[in-house]
Design a protein around this ligand. Structure first.
Ligand code: AMP
Ligand code: ZN
Length: 402
């Protein structure tokens, strides 16, 4: 029975262990996955209070249950955590930029974005031309390495992701693909009765076949899978591809910043350790000149992937210790914060070992990639320069027809 006197939609409480400032964002983003009852979750900047806004009032028992689930996340991520040493490779954050507003409203009123659902956006002509321009610069970078072009599918087999431990590391953001079972009655029933309510499609789960494929969360995995279980042809490979990527980010899916369905351009290196590390570094240095021409205010700094709570502490520390990931973080002047628009990654021989990709000497191949989020590049650029092309750097204006 709901005790109406104590039922509430707002729950505020202290974390079970203090959340250090450098973990506030990571913990907050994981609170989105704690319970479907949560509409919004905030951790104060100082990390000493958590506030949950619920979709419906919850009684005392339910409140206790929600708190317990939140504390599990907090303890798992923050207890015994130590501050990673942030390494800054480039700092152009103070590059002067003319615009200081959130571009979302203007993008909507100009018909440049149309939101189909949370995290699912259509983009209009100006955004598309801008992205095409950024793409031309990324392709120029790919060409400078002689990277061969590839096209990869949007679906990815479950057995492949299992092989690279993806289910363990990033279960929260997976998107599953299925279809109706090959069963005349199930298909007929669906055809006659399928309808959407506010929660989605009303079809019973047993209408759908067991999941064999997912929507791909990254581009470079497809290259590694295509190279699996054999010697690496030629001993080294540079490749490039653009593709749709899917990462379910629950209630964090607001604005063009965080999408369920986004597009990534990657330049991928497979070969000996030195080959991969040298090319990753070359990629960063060549990109620095391109980003200067684009006029982006940004910083390149060490980072970690958004591992799920159980894996987070160990894996994030590992990435940090071995300098495996650096992010291009563009300034968002309207919020006085930064947004990752790209990353420089080195996976050591993780994929080479998991997928049995061998070098001529029999050892496992190393891999690395340079990855750009196309929608985020456009969003960050417009957050710094606005929609009026007259205020854009000449190189961007002329080439994108702005
Ligand atoms: P990552 O492989 O996680 O470093 O991702 C590469 C790039 O993809 C990031 O730097 C972002 O620009 C972009 N990206 C990743 N996740 C999202 C998302 N949920 N929405 C939009 N862009 C994303
Ligand atoms: Zn990659």
């Amino acid at each position: 029975m709901v005790d109406q006197a104590s039922a509430t939609r707002i729950l505020t409480f202290a974390p079970a262990v203090p959340i250090p400032d450098y973990l506030v964002g990571e913990v907050q983003s994981k609170l989105a996955y704690v319970d479907e009852a949560i509409e919004n979750a905030q951790v104060t900047a100082s990390g000493d209070r958590i506030e949950l806004k619920l979709r419906q009032p919850a009684n005392a028992d339910r409140q206790a249950e929600l708190q317990e689930k939140v504390q599990r996340v907090v303890i798992s991520m923050a207890k015994g955590a130590f501050k990673p040493k942030i390494q800054v490779l480039e700092d152009h954050l103070d590059r002067p930029v003319p615009y200081h507003k959130d571009p979302m409203q203007e993008l909507t009123s100009h018909g440049e974005i149309s939101q189909e659902a949370n995290g699912i956006f259509s983009l209009g002509p100006m955004l598309t031309r801008l992205i095409d321009y950024f793409e031309s610069r990324f392709l120029e970078l790919a060409d400078s390495f002689g990277a061969a072009p590839y096209r990869f599918p949007t679906l990815i087999p479950a057995k492949y992701l299992e092989r690279v431990n993806y289910f363990h590391a990033f279960p929260h953001s997976l998107t599953f693909a299925t279809h109706l079972r090959e069963d005349l009655d199930a298909i007929d029933h669906f055809a006659q009765n399928a309808a959407c309510d506010e929660h989605g499609l009303n079809s019973p789960p047993e209408s759908f076949a067991q999941v064999q494929a997912l929507l791909s969360p990254a581009v470079c995995y497809h290259l590694y899978f295509s190279l699996a279980d054999r010697p690496l042809p030629g001993g080294q490979i540079a490749a490039t591809a653009v593709g749709n990527c899917f990462r379910y980010e629950a209630i964090n899916l607001v604005s063009l910043e965080r999408l369920w369905n986004f597009t990534m351009r990657e330049i991928i290196f497979v070969g000996p350790k030195d080959y991969v590390l040298e090319n990753r570094e070359q990629g960063r240095q060549r990109m620095e000149r391109i980003l200067e021409e684009i006029g982006l205010a940004y910083r390149v700094e060490s980072a970690n992937d958004p591992f799920f709570i159980g894996e987070f502490r160990k894996q994030a520390a590992f990435q940090s210790a071995f300098q495996l990931k650096f992010e291009i973080r563009a300034r968002l002047p309207f919020r006085d914060s930064t947004l990752a628009v790209g990353s420089y990654n080195y996976h050591q021989d993780f994929f080479g070992r998991s997928l049995n990709i061998t070098l001529p000497d029999g050892s496992a191949a190393h891999t690395g990639c340079v990855a750009f989020g196309l929608e985020r590049m456009a969003f960050a650029f417009l957050a710094q320069y606005g929609l009026n092309a007259e205020n854009w750097p000449a190189s961007v204006r002329d080439a994108s027809g702005g």
